[in-house]
Write a protein that binds this ligand. Sequence first.
Ligand code: ADP
Ligand code: MG
Ligand code: MG
Ligand code: MG
Ligand code: MG
Length: 649
Amino acid sequence: MGLLTEGEVLSWEETRAHAKHVQQHGIQQFINLYRNLKDRPNDELKWGDEIEYIIVHFNEAQQRAQLALRAHDLLPKLQQKELEAEEKGEKNPDLPALWRPEMATYMVESSPGRPFRCNFEDFTKVEGNMRARREEVQKLLMANEAILSVSAFPRLGCPGFTFPPALTEPNNPNSILRSLFFPDEAIFSGHSRMRTILGNLCKRRGRKPFVNVPLFKDKNTSENVEEDFAALGDDGEVQAVAKAGHIVMDSCGHGMGCCCLQVTFQARNLAEARFLYDQLAIMCPFMMTLTAGAPMYQGYISDVDCRWNILAACTDDRTEEELGLKPLKDGFRLIPKSRYGSVDHYLSPEGDQYNDVPAVINQEYFDKLVEAGIDAQLSKHIAKLFIREPLILYSERIHQDDEKDSNHFENIQSTNWQSLRFKPPPVDADIGWRIEFRPMETQITDFENAAFVIFVVLLTRTIVSLKLNLLVPMSMVEENMAVAQQRNAVSEGRLWFRQQILTGADGSQQSNKIVQMTVNEVFNGKDAEEGHFEGLVPLVEHYLSSVDLDVHTRQTLQSYLHCISKKASGELLTTAGWMRKFVLEHPDYKQDSRVSEIINYDLMKRCRDLSQGLTHDATLLPEFIPPLSLNCQERLASGDLSGMVDCFK
Ligand code: ADP
Ligand code: MG
Ligand code: MG
Ligand code: MG
Ligand code: MG
């Protein structure tokens, strides 16, 4: 969506009255898109990341860190050049970054000004571009503020966690969230989209979302987290659902207020997009485990390392009927999952035999898609997305030309928040079939963020080039997703993976055996009696050895692979592991699972210093990090971030 488009939002009742209209036209729009664009040949690899950030306010006198409600002020400045270009009708302006609002007023999201290409030298510019993006914001902040790519702020949801502090209004019927912990004022309100979607999630569901996250139990942790919910304004609703030994949350803000790291890439054509979508579905739990960065919430240490299930629970808009708690009304069905969740349906012909998770679909739309000539497997994917109702509708978008518009399709597609998104080409731009990889959590440093997004892109090249096949039954990927979020899954988890991923010339594999492996074994390989496995990092290295690279590029890529390899082996800590260690070793920590103000303050300061390169920590990062290219360093030093065509040339 461009920056200029915003219109009049319909009420929930009106939106709901148009739900079927949106779905029917959305399906027709997909059919038209598919017909027109299914044969797009030979698109080049283009790709780009998205990083979400929090803005932190440091109060030195009080030794306190808070989330600064700054997006309303920052975004107009960050988007100014893009907006000017849009007004002039200029396509592809030359900007280092594109900035977007996120759910919260303490968040912003950036992506590169233009997608990267698959010239390997471009890969060495990614980290520099990320650095430039960070500095673009940091320049606009005050000395006691910082932009951090920290996924979960440890005291999110504690009284006064924002700056300025904002009040929650659980008993105000006009409050959007009615949360005991997360104030409405922290929801981005520069446009109506976020507020509307969050409000409508609650309205559709009929009550607030509740999440109980298991607490990490230490020596002095009390059995009950004795929160005085009544003092926060609870009328008994939260008290009734709060489980002993858990951290209870009651709003969409809790999960959507955490930051993620995403990467989108363009496939050569539709067939390759379907193939790589499937291969990457298997990688979702693994990349989530390696990037785990959300171990603390609401001032407590939890027993999970990732935000994923919390997000799924807090954006769950299913009614009690759809959840099976009450008899179903006409026209509704039982729905097994939240609209935020892992993908569970393969799209490629090779993958179909592994589709063992029952698909709940809208039969009417499925029939319509099949009648239009779309194969049953892809039709099922779309008909699955379309069991959801729209959460927002603008009055001027109700009536659309299904040949020229795809807004109704995008409406449903973009509020299915899944681990992967299969993105068809837009109707109005020369862009191909893309896949968005969405399970990763943000890392503290640009080096790590670059390492992870580049690893994902290199892995897709390796899969295509070496003809790898990672497919396992989808139910096993689902099991892996659950394991991947647990505390220290990187060392303790055992995840399903294929014993053999190399294929012969005819695509066959000697063995279809699927075994449980550690993350270390999957990434670094193993040579055990029960079977040899090459390891993903050595396979990517093997692929790279066949490519002609200059010294700087090779060294940079090698350092990213090294980082991934060491995080997988446990020689380097994951972000979550590192944060836990920081808190447990802090002098103010009382072995009671609590993250006090001062611990939080010191932790956020350390994250700031790491992200700005002011300090190093050899438990988190490799000893040696290659410097950015000289040109890139000069640009950053001069502060002139303009003119960065295709990022640092
Ligand atoms: P969303 O919020 O819907 O996920 P964004 O626009 O925020 O999408 O981010 C899309 C990402 O896709 C950006 O990193 C961008 O650089 C990248 N991108 C843009 N065009 C292409 C393309 N043709 N192929 C691949 N990636 C692209
Ligand atoms: Mg985005
Ligand atoms: Mg985002
Ligand atoms: Mg988005
Ligand atoms: Mg995205």
